[in-house]
Design a protein around this ligand. Sequence first.
Ligand SMILES: *Cc1c(COP(=O)(O)O)cnc(C)c1O
Length: 424
Amino acid sequence: MKGIYQELGISEKVFEYGQQFEEKLKGRFAAIDSTAEYNQLKVIKAMQECRVSAECFMGSTGYGYNDLGRDTLEDVYAKCFHGEAALVRPQITCGTHALTLALMSNLRPGDELLSPAGKPYDTLEEVIGIRPSKGSLAEYGVTYQQVNLLSDGTFDYEAIKKAIHGKTKLVAIQRSKGYQTRPTFSVKQIGELIAFVKKCKPDVICMVDNCYGEFVEEKEPLEVGADMIVGSLIKNPGGGLAPVGGYIAGKKECVEHAAYRLTSPGLGKEVGASLGVTQSFYQGLFLAPTVVASALKSAIFAANIYESLGFPVIPNGMESRHDIIQAVTLNSPEALVAFCKGIQAAAPVDSHVTPEPWAMPGYDDEVIMAAGAFIQGASIELSADGPLRPPYAVYFQGGLTWHHGKLGILMSLQKLYEARLVQL
Ligand SMILES: *Cc1c(COP(=O)(O)O)cnc(C)c1O
């Protein structure tokens, strides 16, 4: 084993440093496998109940009327995530687009959007208009309020209560930490927040940005009172196979609004050709619980290694997990770049290229991204990224297989070691 790692560029010292953690993590890994088992059965049950058949993989072109595979897949998503309906489409270009659809279609001029859990994901700042942007919700007369988390990372219930008023129409809760160093919320915590918000105003729409959270726990946010969950198919639920796409699941009315905005008033879900991607959506969802388990094992392995070297890690090596993201605070731009170079060098695709920081659309600071992915930009595949700003935290996620995840983390350590940024 040591030999093949050495052939890939992992020195004996780095390999052995990693091995001690794998042994220690056996119990954690077994618990992750157990969640994956439950979620696998949940997906199969939904597919069986919706009578998924070979005809579902045929696809459609043109208008895409009566696309059995597309419509059945939407039923499968709805069932699996405990919603009344779902919109699952390749025409949804990414997670930000899915969130934009959910927001812009369910809000009207004069309404207010509330974020009760602090700053939303970077790309949503322009969607909302926190940073002025063409076509933002602000331009359409939708106002925004934000209640920051308390210093211990919990919800500021008193301030949330004060922020909710007659115009508050939609409350957006982001499950994952995104590019922040706050903790990710558990489904249980999200349920508590939603219950509180609904007590203040029963008819408010509670939307959860579910990116990176799918299949990490046995429950999803619709089971604890959310009206709408939103995510990307090149993250967890696409299982690494979906080549594009996003989803919105939840209350029928919320999903219908989104469909009428994605296509057109009057057309809604009736149109939208699936263009040959349907089978990958089904098969990706089928694989997603196991793929998410691999990503979680990789994240926990990374947390334990980097924590042992004195880097602050969120979540820490022992904590329970609510998304697949691992943040490691590397404290210097050199270490951030070295880490990303290691992830890239361990990839099955594009391992020979070197990632460099760049000014990515939608982000305020320069960002460095490492990914040698089969699907461009898919962050359910082993990938690492981070904005070039203090404290130089890297956000590491994905891994279609645990063994690839392990190689990636060892390679990141190898690069830091070679650059003399760590001592082993
Ligand atoms: C990735 C992500 C998004 C945006 O998704 P893209 O597909 O990158 O546009 C939004 N919110 C969270 C929490 C995310 O992790």
